[in-house]
Design a protein. Structure first.
Length: 387
């Protein structure tokens, strides 16, 4: 790989990307107080509780029948004690059953009250989610073996970057797009190099992903500006705008597009780089043009399937909003023009364009590199470092 001028140039470019990413991590590392203050209500500590009884009861403060819910508190200062609260029947209050495990939040005590009162905050979901995660990890390791285990390590690194750098960085007022780009590049470098080793495939895939990410970010900046997307279309955006002093909602929208794009880009770029190397190993006499053309045929099939997946993922995430808008009497043009829908359309199209561009970019990079590899380097690149 280092025996050719192209190989050395690609390695140098990737090294520069690594240095720039490291500098970005240092400069944008979160420091100081968060620029977001949600007040005491949304930051209340909750306790675990189990539902013991549910009985009809007269609603407090208005006519009607409510549900009286008795729960046993299982954590906190009232652990082991039974407390009760009221819920409405239907509407925004969820259905409950005896035995359900909840998260309950303490309320401000009334004057003269001797007991702390609680209200429903949410359901307890951590145990089933943990079992689901364990099943997922087990399947990845069983089918992927060492490479699957390494991919789980890469996933862990991705989560650490998002939780320790991207989210706190945005909360402390750093530019969301810059934070997302640096975080995405860091995730990309670690996951691709960790999972696929340091070799021609990883080199071409990493460079293709970086180039496609930059294109995606540029398109996102351009078209969120042209469509005047504000980030205020959702309840979360309104909440952030009302309670933050330095978080850019437009930047947050751009950051979301970049992070979401990374999830499909690395899959496509690694597949394309692997395809090129396999074609070159099968017929070492193939020229750059032949490698590029044949690998591009495979890439077209991959892109058509992945773009459909990307679009359906955005549609699935926006289904409640689409359902509300479809029930109105607005025409199709008015519905598409609403920011709630327009932001998803822009995100989907920008991400899809970046995905499509990643195929020829990565294919060209991998073909340029593989055409200059000797038989031994091809064999090593084809087998990889982990199976």
């Amino acid at each position: 790989m280092l025996g050719s001028t192209i190989g050395r140039f690609f390695v140098a470019v990737l090294a520069l990307i690594g240095v720039a990413t490291t500098v970005g991590l240092v400069l944008l590392w979160p420091a100081g107080e968060p620029a977001l203050d949600l007040g005491p209500g949304l930051g209340t500590q909750t306790e675990r509780a189990e539902v013991l009884r549910i009985v009809p009861s007269r609603c407090s403060g208005f006519d009607g029948t409510c549900r009286g819910v008795a729960v046993r508190i299982e954590t906190g200062p009232d652990r082991g004690r039974v407390r009760a609260f009221q819920l409405g029947v239907g509407g925004i209050d969820p259905p409950l059953a005896v035995g359900d495990v909840l998260r309950v939040a303490p309320e401000e005590p009334l004057p003269g009250a001797r007991e702390r009162s609680y209200t429903l905050a949410d359901f307890e979901r951590r145990a089933p989610m943990l079992w689901l995660a364990v099943a997922f990890a087990a399947l990845v390791v069983v089918f992927g073996r060492l490479r699957g285990a390494l991919s789980l390590v890469g996933l862990g690194v991705s989560l650490v970057v998002v939780v320790a750098f991207v989210l706190p960085g945005i909360l402390t007022g750093e530019p969301p797009l810059a934070v997302a780009m640096v975080g995405a590049l860091a995730i990309m470098l670690v996951t691709i190099l960790l999972t696929h080793g340091v070799g021609p495939k990883a080199l071409a895939a990493a460079l293709g992903t970086a180039a496609s990410l930059l294109l995606t970010a540029a398109l996102a900046v351009t078209f969120t500006g042209l469509t005047n997307l504000t980030g205020l279309a959702t309840e979360e955006g309104t909440l952030l705008a009302a309670n933050s002093s330095g978080v850019s909602l437009e930047g947050l929208l751009l950051a979301g597009i970049v992070i979401a794009a990374l999830g499909v880009l690395d899959d496509v770029t690694v597949s394309q780089a692997s395809t090129v190397l396999a074609l070159r190993a099968a017929n070492p006499a193939q020229s750059f043009a032949m490698l590029f053309r044949r690998a591009l045929e495979v890439g077209r099939d991959h892109v058509s399937a992945t773009v459909n997946t990307l679009v359906l993922a955005y549609v699935g995430a926006s289904l409640p909003a689409l359902l509300i808008l479809s029930s109105t009497r607005l025409g199709l043009g008015e519905t598409l023009n609403s920011e709630l829908v327009a932001k998803e359309i822009v995100a989907t199209l920008v991400g899809s364009i970046g995905l499509i561009a990643a195929v020829p970019i990565t294919t060209a990079l991998a073909a340029l590199l593989s055409a200059r590899l000797d038989a031994a380097e091809l064999a090593g690149a084809e087998h990889g470092h982990a199976h």
